[in-house]
Design a binder for this molecule. Structure first.
Ligand code: S3P
Length: 174
């Protein structure tokens, strides 16, 4: 494996945990998009949303993704909205392979319920609101994904095995 892996999917789908595990397996560094943006701006993600607004944040995501196109292979844990813009997905495909991590709204709720770092889930931490936002986003997630993995019933290590197996299988086909 020699290409950057972009982990995409809904908030709480397990992108950050899978990125850490994949980094240990591949030796590639992890880039956590939200952490990069927060550091760059000197503000937390909720603060950026509050003070500068969501469109400003989305612009930062696009700029950051474009900077990875020519970078050394890495594991990029993308923000949950990063696959919503076509230019972002094009940048991911220029830079490497996209892996969609999937989980049920129930599993997502379990994983996000005690965390307040996600402005889009403020006041929406219930299965029906999560399902509604997820349904709205799914066509774009599916269009962006080279590979799909359902994480609901898997351990992180199994998720990692599946990702590597599917990427290698795809490379063998090409
Ligand atoms: C967002 C997901 C978050 C973060 C921001 C917006 C989204 O990242 O980028 O709160 O639009 O889905 P995670 O998916 O890592 O929680």
């Amino acid at each position: 494996m020699d290409r950057t892996i972009f982990l995409i999917g809904f908030m709480g789908a397990g992108k950050s945990s899978a990125a850490q595990a994949l980094s240990e397996r591949t030796g590639f560094p992890v880039i956590e998009m939200d952490a990069e943006i927060a550091e760059q701006e000197g503000m937390s993600i909720p603060e950026i949303f509050e003070k500068k607004g969501e469109p400003y944040f989305r612009g930062l995501e696009t700029k950051l993704l474009e900077s990875f196109t020519a970078a050394a292979p890495s594991i990029v844990s993308c923000g949950g909205g990063a696959a919503m813009r076509e230019e972002n997905v094009a940048a991911m495909h220029r830079g490497g392979v996209t892996v969609l991590l999937e989980a049920s709204p129930e599993a997502i709720l379990e994983r996000v319920k005690d965390n307040d770092d996600r402005p889009l889930l403020k006041g929406r931490k219930n299965v029906s609101d999560i399902r509604a936002l997820m349904d709205q986003r799914y066509p774009k997630y599916l269009a962006a994904a080279d590979i799909r993995i359902d994480t609901s019933e898997l351990t992180i290590s199994e998720v990692c095995d599946e990702i590597i197996r599917k990427i290698e299988a795809q490379q063998n086909i090409k």
